[in-house]
Design a protein around this ligand. Structure first.
Ligand code: ADP
Ligand code: MG
Length: 249
């Protein structure tokens, strides 16, 4: 599904990603760990082609197509979804209007009624009231409500590859369960895959990553199964790998 080969990216001539290789297949669930500032969020934004970052080297392939140079909206139309670490609010634009606009740009067409039914169902699934349909997107919403809205959006748009950036931060236990159920529902659909950035061990009670990666200094310095997450949560990053940034030096 996704093949990232040796990508390097920078902001204002400061290198941030320094050679990321990453592969995701259908049905896989990749957990990304790593100290603050190691490039996890940047990786998500570069995957979606954020104009904030300059990709100076490497290639991003999605379903065997080179998408390294196509604009963000086309990557999204192809089914790549990024949930923000801090979802912004949009004054004057409701969730319904924003998501319907995105929905209409997709190849598979559905009626407004079908779309609204899906969105309503997904709001319910993540535990958001129907008021969120017509409210300006995230306006006055709590951090937890914003994260739930990201998952409702993911489910409604029918994306294929979800990059969920700290989707679990700031959630109470019920919200965490609702968001986890949403992620699991998404993965149950055929041809989907998840990349989740998370610092917390708690979400691992409710979801089952198949692969775990540790970012450090804009590189992936360790990859493994769930035992790697356990090791990081037990011992921290220091000493885990031979990397100055991770050792905090
Ligand atoms: P993480 O998500 O792993 O905590 P980020 O990807 O957000 O880390 O950031 C990696 C590094 O790149 C940090 O040092 C951060 O300050 C820097 N960085 C990211 N985006 C920008 C930007 N738009 N302008 C300047 N520096 C940035
Ligand atoms: Mg981040």
């Amino acid at each position: 599904m996704l093949k990232v080969s040796n990508i390097h990216a920078q902001v204002e001539n400061t290198p941030i990603l320094r050679g990321i290789n990453f592969e995701v297949n259908d049905g896989e669930f990749h957990l990304i760990l790593g100290v603050n500032g190691s490039g996890k969020s940047t990786f998500g934004k570069v995957l979606l082609g954020s104009p904030q970052y300059e990709m100076t080297k490497g290639k991003i392939e999605y379903n065997d197509e080179d998408i390294s140079n196509i604009p963000t909206f086309e990557r999204a139309q192809k089914g790549i979804f990024l949930s923000h670490q801090s979802p912004p609010s949009l004054d004057g634009v409701s969730a319904k209007d924003l998501l319907r606009a995105a929905d209409k740009s997709k190849e598979e067409k559905r009626s407004l009624l079908q779309f609204k039914r899906a969105l309503k169902e997904n709001l319910k699934k993540v535990g958001l009231s129907q008021k969120f349909l017509n409210r300006p997107l995230n306006d006055g919403a709590s951090g937890g409500e914003r994260k739930k809205m990201e998952i409702a959006s993911l489910l409604t748009l029918g994306a294929k590859l979800a990059f969920l950036d700290e989707i679990d931060s700031g959630l109470d236990v019920d919200a965490l369960k609702a968001v986890s159920t949403g992620i699991n529902n998404f993965l149950e659909k055929k041809g989907t895959a998840v990349i989740l950035v998370s610092h917390s061990e708690t979400i691992l009670k409710y979801v089952d990553p198949t692969h775990v990666h540790v970012f450090c200094g804009g590189r992936i310095v360790a990859t493994g199964g769930i035992e790697l997450a356990q090791k990081v949560h037990d011992e921290g990053y220091a000493g885990l790998m031979d990397c100055v940034e991770c050792r905090g030096e």
